[in-house]
Design a protein around this ligand. Structure first.
Ligand code: C5P
Length: 222
């Protein structure tokens, strides 16, 4: 089996992480959720009261931070400076602020280098916003995954319920639409479908159907 790189990009709530995890497990590949890195940085910046528009202070902080993504049974554990923050980085506060942090080109540069290092040996399924366009430009398989805003908000709502995070569908729809806007309109590596990416609309697909679709495409490349 060829240890290929699979890049999965798309807006918030399209099902990237759920589906990427299943694909990785089926292929015996490592799953890497790059959003977790931006979230971890945001988590620490909020904790340290760093002004999120201050790119220079953020950079100083990031250069003095250890972010470790540790593959685990149900995906990936996230550690920042040794503290396990897998759940903490999913809070409403981090979610509401992460796009502002992720818009800084200098912060992206540091995290992208880390992501490229993690993916260098292949056998990887990486999800994010700019994986196909920037991080892994030579990935053998590139997927751009999306779904209607309504469906994505509904999924996040169910997800949040499971995690015990309070939310309403309306609020989530607003939050998702705003994050999509910030991620797509920023100057540094905006969320955009790569020319050589395959578009996968998951609005009417089950998790299994979407995962199978990608597995089939992956098998053609291996
Ligand atoms: O994937 P997730 O929703 O956890 O990502 C959180 C945020 O991190 C995104 O809304 C985006 O602002 C940022 N992000 C990014 N580039 C990536 C992954 C995430 O800018 N590759």
């Amino acid at each position: 089996v060829k240890k290929i790189q699979i890049a999965i990009d798309g807006p918030a709530g399209a099902g990237k992480s759920t589906i990427a995890k299943i694909v990785a497990e089926n292929l015996g590949f490592t799953y890497i959720d790059t959003g977790a890195m931006y979230r971890a940085v945001t988590y620490k910046a909020l904790k340290q009261d760093i002004e999120l528009s201050d790119a220079e202070s953020l950079e100083k902080m990031v250069l003095n931070t250890s972010i470790i993504l540790k593959p685990s049974q149900n995906g990936q554990l996230v550690f920042i400076d040794g503290e396990e923050v897998t759940q903490a980085i999913r809070s409403n506060e981090v979610t509401a602020n992460v796009s502002q942090v992720a818009a800084h080109a200098n912060i992206r540069e540091i995290l992208v280098a880390k992501q490229q290092e993690l993916a260098a040996n292949g056998g990887i399924v990486m999800d994010g916003r700019d994986i196909a366009t920037h991080v892994l430009k030579d990935a053998e398989l590139k997927i751009f995954m999306s779904a209607s805003v309504e469906e994505r908000a509904r999924r996040r709502f169910i997800d949040n319920e499971k995690r015990g995070i309070p939310s309403t569908i309306e609020k989530l729809q607003e939050e998702i639409a705003l994050r999509d806007k910030l991620d797509s309109e920023r100057e540094a590596s905006p969320l955009i479908q790569a020319e050589d990416a395959i578009y996968l609309d998951t609005t009417n697909l089950s998790i299994e159907e979407a995962a199978n679709e990608i597995l089939q495409l992956a098998n053609q490349k291996m």
